[in-house]
Design a protein around this ligand. Structure first.
Ligand code: CP3
Length: 392
């Protein structure tokens, strides 16, 4: 059975032993082409690949029936605190499709909860903070993060996963601005009014908050790499709400420190944000190896803005995956056409998989990307689709 081409009826449920079957198939592939297992890491480094790597943000989530079953009656943060559960959930999507990277199952609020923020995650809403940060005393209440002591379960999950996985494991963290936004607003906010009032009203205290969170994020990611994460992604999901001047003044310095601090480890660093079209050139200055882009800017334009000497990840609209396959296919092929077979493209959605996404759509998508980008050899030959479709 090829799980990548199962029809819209959904996949036959696989037993967990089948995870190994897929892994073995990938290993065989690797022997044939020499690059299946590390095509994701190679693409992050702008090296030629045998096929364009593909994975999905939130690939371990509610669109999967097993996840919904495991989630019943359980709190998501509690699930994140069990290394066995986190490991099992991380591996779930591999029962269905041969993704080129795994992302640790956790949440961006896990470390800030361990620093003393009273946060819970509400289904359908997101993180909710009972006592938001509003005063100088609130900022001081955040303890510095001692990763191994405060969140040992994260590193245990990473160690367990490295024993199971044949594809690279991506560790992650929320970026200081996005974490601060939840802490200050007390929940998700479109306008970021209170966060902006905070940064403009008391820049010195904002700087202190960025310092505290920046140090925590760097320590957290360093510890994830030490435990075995082979790449890291920093989610600055709300950065796109800032104008470029404020981004430069209030966010960029901390992002530079984080990516600079990770540089000596040599693992690929991915910098992702939503609605960041006008910030892409500035995000490049933060120093990551890969920039993750949402769907609002066509891939080739986004790539021009960051420069072709940096890798790019994206950028299919996740909402398109709720529609008919023909639409998904056309849009995915447009992304590939815009990538034009250049080294350094990692196929992904422009944001996380939405809960109503049919599993079969993602299976077909993985298959499509792999099939249409197959290079004659791993030495950087143009993919067929780029030639067929012509320039975007
Ligand atoms: O598969 C993966 O991508 C790995 C796991 C992962 C989760 N959260 C698990 C999760 C990752 C990478 C995250 C990151 C995360 N969490 C971000 C950054 C990425 C983004 O979406 O912008 C943010 C902002 C959060 C905070 C958060 N946690 C939100 C907004 C939500 C969704 C709330 C909802 O119900 O719509 C969560 C909950 C959450 N974290 C889910 C998952 C799989 C949803 C499923 C559930 O409630 O069980």
């Amino acid at each position: 059975m090829d799980p990548a081409v199962d029809g819209p009826g959904g996949p036959a449920p696989l037993l967990s032993s089948d995870v190994t079957l897929i892994s073995m198939a990938d290993e065989r592939l690797s022997e044939e082409t020499g690059a299946a297992e590390d095509r994701f890491l190679r693409a992050c480094r702008l090296q030629p690949v045998d096929r364009t790597p593909v994975w999905f943000m939130r690939q371990a989530g509610r669109y999967l029936p097993e996840y919904r079953a495991m989630r019943k009656g359980r709190d998501i943060l509690e699930m994140c605190r069990s290394p066995e559960t986190a490991t099992e959930v991380t591996l779930l999507p591999f029962r269905y499709m041969p993704l080129d990277a795994a992302i640790l199952f956790s949440d961006i609020m896990v470390p800030v909860a361990a620093m003393g923020a009273d946060v819970r995650i509400e289904s359908g809403i997101g993180p909710v903070v009972e006592h938001p940060i509003r005063s100088p005393a609130d900022v001081r209440r955040l303890r510095p993060l001692d990763p191994e002591a405060d969140v040992p379960y994260v590193f245990e999950a990473i160690r367990l996963l490295r024993k199971e996985l044949t594809v690279p494991l991506v560790g992650f963290s929320g970026a200081p601005f996005t974490l601060a936004s939840y802490l200050v607003e007390g929940g998700p906010s479109r306008s970021q009014e209170m966060t902006k009032a905070f940064m403009h009203g008391d820049p010195a205290r904002w700087e202190l908050l960025m310092e505290v969170l920046g140090a925590a994020v760097l320590a957290y990611l360093l510890a994830q790499v030490a435990a075995g994460a082979q790449a890291v992604q920093v989610f600055d999901s709300w950065a796109g709400t800032l104008d470029p001047d404020d981004y430069v003044r209030f966010v960029l310095p901390t992002m530079r420190q984080i990516f600079g601090g990770l540089a000596p480890l040599g693992v690929p660093r991915i910098h992702f944000g939503v609605g960041t079209g006008e910030l892409l050139a500035l995000m490049r200055e933060a120093g990551a190896d890969v920039i993750g882009v949402d769907w609002r800017v066509p891939l080739h334009e986004a790539w021009e803005r960051i420069g072709f000497d940096v890798a790019i990840q994206g950028n299919l609209d996740p909402a398109a995956c709720l529609g008919p396959w023909e639409t998904v296919e056309a849009k995915a092929l447009a992304v590939l056409r815009r990538a034009a077979g250049r080294p350094g493209h990692i196929f992904n959605l422009g944001h996380g998989v939405l809960p109503g996404t049919p599993v079969a759509t993602l299976q077909q998508l993985v298959h499509l990307v792999h099939e249409r980008t197959e290079r004659a050899s791993a030495d950087g030959a143009e993919p067929e689709s780029a030639e067929e479709a012509g320039p975007a």
